[in-house]
Each structure stands twice: as C-alpha cells, then as structure tokens.
Design a protein around this ligand. Sequence first.
Ligand SMILES: Nc1ncnc2c1ncn2[C@@H]1O[C@H](COP(=O)(O)OP(=O)(O)OP(=O)(O)O)[C@@H](O)[C@H]1O
Length: 274
Amino acid sequence: MTPPITDSRPRPSDEAFVVIDDVSFAYPGSPQPILRDVSLELRRGEFFVLLGPSGCGKTTILNQVAGFERPTTGSISMDGKPITGPGPDRAVIFQGDDSLLGWLNVRDNVEFGLRALRTPAAERTRRVRQALETVELDRQQGKFPHELSGGMKQRVQIARALVVDAPVLLMDEPFGALDAQTRTTLQDALAGLWEQSQRTVLFITHDISEALILGDRIGVMTSGPAARLQTVMDNPLPRPRARGAAEFAELYREVEEAVTAAKSRPPAAAGEPG
Ligand SMILES: Nc1ncnc2c1ncn2[C@@H]1O[C@H](COP(=O)(O)OP(=O)(O)OP(=O)(O)O)[C@@H](O)[C@H]1O
C-alpha cells in the first residue's frame, strides 16, 4: 500500500467533533443498562481506540455513533448537530466480511455506496480506481467475495469506506478475524492511510498492540453491565510506530494495567455516581 506520509499531516486538533454526552443505554425491557453515563469527545482528525472486556458495550457505543441505535438517555452529536440516524458522513467497517455483497465483484462492491449517493458516473469511476489503488486491490477488481482471502475482503471494506469520503470512520474490530501476519500488515497500512486522510476514526479492538500502533488516544471501558468509560490515555509514540521499541513496551504495560484495573472494577449500583 502507499507508504505513510508522516511529516505533512497536521496533528489532530483539540476541537471536539463527535461528542458523546452522558449516554446511558438499555435494551427495552432489560432490567440492567448496558452503558451508564458514558461521555467522550472525539477530536476532529484523531484516531481514537476503544478497549474493553468482551460484552461491555463497545459495539453499542459505535452503533450509536453510526446512528443504528439511539441512547436511552444522553445525546450524541457530530459537528454540533445531533446524530439521529445513519448518514454518509459516517462510514462503518465491521469485523467480518458479511457486509460484502456476494453477487457483486470487488469493483462493484466498492462503487455500491457511490451509486446510492447518486454520484455521477465519471466521478464514481475516478474515486473507485483511486480507492482500489490505495488498498492495492486494483488487480483484483473483477473477483467476487468468495474468491478473496480474509485480508483482501477487509481491504475491500476499507476501500468502500474511503470511496464515500466520509469524515468519520467507525471500525468495529475490523481485523479481529485475521491471522497475525495479515493483521499486522493491515494495521500498518491503515495507519498510513489515516496519516494521509485527515479522518476522525473510532476503532474498537481487544488487542493492546493494535491500539498502540493506531491510536492517538485509547479509551478503556469497565466490564458490563452498566459499563463506563474508565479512563482515556494519550499515546504520544511517534509515527510510524515500531512494535519492538522500548517505549512501545512501556506504554503496553501501562495500558494493560489500566485494562486489568477497569475489568476488576465492580459495576456501579443504580444511582451511584461515576
Ligand atoms: N439485541 C440485543 N438485546 C439485548 N442485549 C444485547 C443485544 N445486543 C447486544 N446485547 C448485549 O449488550 C452487551 C454489549 O454488547 P456489545 O456487542 O456492545 O459489547 P462489546 O463490548 O462490543 O463486545 P465484544 O467485545 O464481545 O464484541 C452484551 O452484554 C450483549 O449481550
């Protein structure tokens, strides 16, 4: 993939772009809330990683930012406007490859979102070509999903997100199902793409190394039910990041300790302050 351009990109601003304000969420009829009083600001252009135990509600938060679910209480806004449903300003990349359309080839899968947005044909062709080149799938564009490896399918998903030019990318464990080597390759590729793209990313993972390679900030959630955001840690490691560096190992330990502490934190009783 295209090598990262590390020096030309302005650092993410401090400006709040997506604001999750005091959000609690419970499924209708459920006695226990999934999330309790979660507040988080994603800054414009930052790469934010959310870590937390299985089932704590990470996907639930992402789904709410995507507009698939609404908070039970609290609010979520983007660029000052409330999020009330899905929109082309937020592209979602899921873990599996289920979202690829099996009857369309790679090229048509990538073009699909642009057709839905009624983008003119010449512009569609230009953008699809560019996105496929960026993820190095231009030579595979005639293949169908069943002919692709897991890593290639995730690249198609990334191309689909890039092509619609959404300012926000929501990524729910996109590399979770891949082998370690493919995962490492795609992490580095995504870090490079993000460096050039200026997009705001919310990325969910269980993998601390992945969080450290990608994130500007790392949010750590407590166990559910009634999960909260326990802490947000800065990741000051210079990019591109080296997994073998001493500072990487040191920060890994700090994040690991935070994850362990958050996991063992007892869930708050109803009415108890955060
Ligand atoms: N449709 C639903 N109805 C009731 N409970 C649900 C529903 N979907 C998810 N849950 C519950 O909500 C909780 C949070 O789920 P969510 O998928 O957000 O967690 P997660 O942190 O993303 O988990 P993982 O890391 O395992 O993907 C879980 O306890 C799950 O069982």
